[in-house]
Design a protein around this ligand. Structure first.
Ligand SMILES: C[S@@+](CC[C@H](N)C(=O)[O-])C[C@H]1O[C@@H](n2cnc3c(N)ncnc32)[C@H](O)[C@@H]1O
Length: 305
């Protein structure tokens, strides 16, 4: 049964799952009846393509989203707390940008906002309290930068260059209000995916979908700079151990990742890690890729239990 509010991602996010949702859910339905699930948890929520899709199509009584990226979580929280307040800040930035006449002026504004954003000192405060202006800057940068993505350097500074857009349209009011409705039923957590355990209750039918930073297929596609911290093979193994623990507790889960077979058919990394579970290979078209060669169809791994 559909819910009244259909929402979608409000930022463009690397690894966005929009195009793969149908194939992923088709495989998941071989093992899990999502209609019977009461609690949905997504511990690497990112842009939330899967989260919003499931929130619309299924009737979970509870939803929990987790991400380690504090800026992203601040944006989710701002929409949950007061979407109109956020929209006011978004309008200020958007109107300022669109009213400028030349691309040079727009570029200056972009780098100005980026600098203000990077000079922000109140990271600890952001953990406790929603900052609407900062959420608006985050969304503005995401929607006016080159290629629309979030990337930080080692110092944690946002370093994506100007997107050279004549006009920007950085939000959709109906969507922001629908996201607000969905988030009213959602617990938003800033932190590590291992917090998943804290939110599982024995008697509740729970489904967890993990879409972690992907294991790089080749060294050149080391696309792991989602946050200041990377995610290496040890982290991938820890995640697999967490899944085994979930299985022991009768919790259903699915995990997406890159398929090492794309570059090395003998690399059995995930086949070994998840050998006791169901492993599928799904054809995917990567959306964010630096060179056009790696934009061709490659497969992704989906583990389901
Ligand atoms: C592949 S992206 C998720 C894409 C998302 N599912 C979508 O469809 O847009 C991975 C996300 O995991 C987050 N992340 C990275 N390390 C994490 C950790 N240890 N715990 C929780 N989240 C983490 C990143 O900030 C990023 O948003």
């Amino acid at each position: 049964m559909n819910n009244p509010y259909e929402a979608g991602p409000f930022v463009k996010w690397a690894g966005g799952k929009s195009r793969l949702i149908d194939s992923i859910l088709h495989k998941i339905s071989n093992h899990i009846n999502l209609d019977e699930m009461e609690h949905y948890i997504e511990p690497f929520v990112g842009g939330g393509a899967m989260f919003f899709y499931l929130a619309y199509h299924y009737n979970f009584t509870k939803m929990t989203i987790i991400d380690i990226n504090l800026e992203l979580i601040n944006s989710y929280r701002s929409i949950k707390e007061d979407p109109i307040h956020l929209i006011r800040h978004l309008d200020i930035l958007q109107d300022k940008y669109n009213s400028l006449h030349t691309l040079e002026e727009k570029e200056l504004l972009y780098y100005n906002i980026r600098q203000v954003y990077n000079n922000y000192q109140d990271k600890n405060e952001l953990k406790e309290k929603v900052d609407f202006e900062r959420a608006a800057q985050f969304i503005f940068l995401n929607k006016s930068c080159f290629n629309g993505l979030y990337r930080v350097n080692r110092k944690g500074e946002y370093n994506v260059p100007f997107g050279k857009k004549e006009r920007i349209n950085i939000y959709n009011q109906r969507n922001i209000l629908n996201v607000n409705e969905v988030l009213k039923r959602t617990t938003i957590i800033h932190g590590d995916y291992t917090q998943t355990f804290d939110h599982i209750q024995e008697q509740e039918n729970t489904f967890v979908y993990f879409d972690p930073p992907y294991r790089p297929i080749t060294s050149s596609s080391a696309f792991t700079a989602y946050a200041e911290s990377g995610f290496n093979d040890d982290d991938q193994s820890n995640l697999a151990n967490l899944c085994k623990e979930l299985h022991l507790r009768d919790v259903h889960f699915a995990v997406s990742n890159s398929d090492p077979h794309n570059s090395d058919p003998t690399d059995m990394f995930f086949d070994n890690l998840y050998e006791e579970f169901n492993i599928y290979r799904i054809r995917a078209n990567r959306q964010i890729a630096a060179d056009s060669r790696s934009r061709s169809a490659i497969s992704e791994i989906l583990v389901v239990k």
